[in-house]
Design a protein around this ligand. Sequence first.
Ligand SMILES: *Cc1c(COP(=O)(O)O)cnc(C)c1O
Length: 497
Amino acid sequence: MKFIGTRGGKPVTGAEAIVRGMAEGGGLYVPEQFPAVTEDELSAMLGMNYPERAALIIGKYFDEFPADELLRELTAAYEKFEGEDPVPLIRIEDGLYILELFHGPTCAFKDIALTVLPYLMRKGCDLLHVKDEILILTATSGDTGKAALEGFRDARGVKVAVFYPDEGVSKMQKLQMVTQDGENVDVVAVKGNFDDCQSAVKKIFRSQECRDKLAERGVLLSSANSINIGRLVPQIAYYFSAYCDLVTSEQIKMGDEVDFSVPTGNFGNILAAYYAKRMGLPIGTLVCASNRNNVLTDFFRKGIYDKKRPFFRTMSPSMDILVSSNLERLLFELCGRDPALVVERMKSLGGAGRYSLRPEELREACELFYAGCAGEEDTVECVYEFFEEFNYPLDTHTGVAMHVAREYCRKRAEDVNLQPRPMVVVSTASPYKCPQAVYYALTGNDVKDSFKGVKRIHLITAMKVPESLKALRYKPPRFKTLVAPDKIFEEVMNFVG
Ligand SMILES: *Cc1c(COP(=O)(O)O)cnc(C)c1O
């Protein structure tokens, strides 16, 4: 299987796409074609455990990686998750399910790909005979950074530098990052919000001068952000797995369509669902749920992507994003895989701050996706009511997805031409990860300290507290640097030494 860039360039192998991170001209790597999963393969997956299911899906994209080794690495990665099943599907009631993706070492869904990416990167380098040291450079809205730090901690031949917006991650997220162990890691706060931080980091990726300076020191730049195809592909697997679990638990029959609602920021998670659909998984509608930063809702409703708007800090910080990087991959498909058109639109986004879809592209987008958003009040009410009704504590990101999922289900129910369809809401974080916001949503009360929040949520819900968050309380912070966005590269050079 080869990969091509959304902005053109020649096809490369999976290993090359993973190691490089970003394609030519600032584009993103996409598969040359979508590999199919046959009905027989899907049936065979029913009897598999999660690492086996994931190995089947990932192996279709990265076919130069030895299959037995891939399975061994996936098994080892998912052994780091708490509980029997790394991605359990919870039945709430008939037709409503939650896919819990937060049982990994950092309690957010990004662990699912970032516990596997170090292997893909290391093996990718071996396959390409790359001898340079790899520098993983990452901008994070809170969860990617920690998951990357934890995933790559003390990995051979790799350094990790994580930049996070000083105003824009939860206290718990910050604490997770600044207490990170490992000899090969650097964690730095950046003045401003996530988009400031992300665009400064993207500039380094695009700059040949920066790459040359790093190359002089024997360092090759790569990314653990969801622009890396090695992040995206492992995420496809849990959509297949959730579907299999619905079949084996007799909630649906093989072939029935299922909807997924995904709390969306950079559009990586939901894009993986779209890829699953293109591979043949019977998915109905993909519900794209945004918080108050609802640039994607407007995009799917009006066909215009317009980033020129106020930026809001919300109680779902990992979704506080105005430029969703992975949307470029969807755009590439919607426009008939025309790199020139993607280049034109990205130029327009960089300049005027907006671009629009052609009517037929918008029509296709609306057949695939339903987009909605939840304001802060909506989210609080959803988390509160969901706990009242089902005794299940949602985190605030998942609360956004649940709010929009229920709105979509109501709309379907009102339409006499439509049959009800099972809905899987993708839960991306443990409720203990943003404990103050969740405690407020559950009780209407504030709590000053994150760990008090954890304790009180536990008292109310009796949900198990993840071991990794418990341990955090007694760890001293290691990283205190704060820089302006234009000083990021300097910091990087200091770090690589
Ligand atoms: C990253 C993240 C999201 C957004 O996922 P994208 O792939 O960027 O759309 C949602 N919720 C949580 C908890 C996250 O960490």
